[in-house]
Ligand binder design. Structure first.
Ligand SMILES: [Zn+2]
Length: 283
């Protein structure tokens, strides 16, 4: 194999950085081909030329050297969009950290695609520029969950109905009883189903305005959504119900991973066959 074929070029957004050894740094990147981990040799040395191009949240062009059985090594990096405000502004930075952590938790290495990369890139830009970064985050959550396969059903009730029961929250809702968000069933409940629901610590009440906002985050382009003024109480409600929804699905994911790990640990060790053929463990 020619030496050149071991190099590849990719765009990437730095979503996590951690120190490795004396001077190196491991980066988790969101790229158009999926999430990857790479190492920057000597990144923490004062004279490192690459260090400035691998800041958290920055989008850079990378030339990476493929390595078997270890991290691929960053050979060159050049920042295209630093998203610098996210490292200087406390509130915007906190929103950005939430955005990248959510991506990191929902997508395993190798998972993700160009749509996910574009979503993160746009969101980090909005978080730098928009007057209401929380609205950018609400939009991001809905679309990230969609790409991860966990999009909440918000347009019809996920409760018990013989025929689909559409959810059309009125614009003037007054003090009417709330809808609900049920993470276990994966979406919103109509007022009747919320009122008669079996007890669950996961189900949260959701006002008509809250449901309407979340629906708009799914169906409206961001250019339309961003013109809306969201009262702080409504933001707080949307943040609360979505946190509940996300924690439920992340715990299930983490739980599933742990369950599989335990199965592997308790499975009897594979017997050496001596003839070099692979043995398969039954799960
Ligand atoms: Zn219902």
């Amino acid at each position: 194999m020619a030496a050149g074929s071991r190099l590849y070029r990719t765009a990437g957004i730095v979503i996590r950085r951690r120190n490795q050894g004396e001077a190196d740094r491991v980066l988790t990147l969101c790229t158009p081909q999926g999430k990857i981990e790479v190492i920057v040799k000597g990144a923490r040395k004062i004279r490192s030329r690459k260090a400035g191009h691998v800041e958290l949240f920055s989008r850079s062009d990378f030339i990476i050297s493929r390595v078997e059985h270890s991290w691929d090594i960053v050979s060159q990096a050049e920042t295209v969009e630093p998203h610098a405000r996210l490292r200087g502004d406390l509130v915007r930075g906190a929103h950005a950290r939430y955005a990248v952590e959510l991506l990191d938790r929902f997508f395993a290495p190798g998972e993700g695609d160009g749509a996910l990369f574009d979503l993160l890139d746009h969101t980090l830009t909005w978080l730098c520029e928009e007057p209401d970064p929380a609205l950018s985050i609400r939009f991001y959550e809905q679309h990230l969950l969609g790409l991860a396969g966990f999009r909440p059903e918000l347009f019809r009730c996920v409760g018990e109905h013989e025929t689909p029961h559409p959810l059309r929250p009125p614009t003037e809702h007054g003090d009417r009883p709330p809808y609900g968000l049920d993470p276990e069933r994966g979406g919103a409940l109509c007022r009747r189903c919320y009122a008669t629901r079996p007890r669950s610590r996961w189900i949260e009440p959701l006002s008509a305005a809250g449901l309407s906002l979340l629906q708009d985050c799914q169906r409206e382009p961001y250019s339309t959504l961003r013109t809306r003024a969201i009262p702080p109480a409504l933001h707080a409600e949307a943040a609360r119900v979505m946190e509940r929804y996300i924690v439920y699905h992340l715990e299930r994911q983490v739980g599933a991973a742990r369950f599989l790990r335990n199965l592997r640990i308790t499975a009897p060790p594979a017997q050496p066959t001596g003839d070099g053929t692979k043995t398969h463990r039954r799960l």
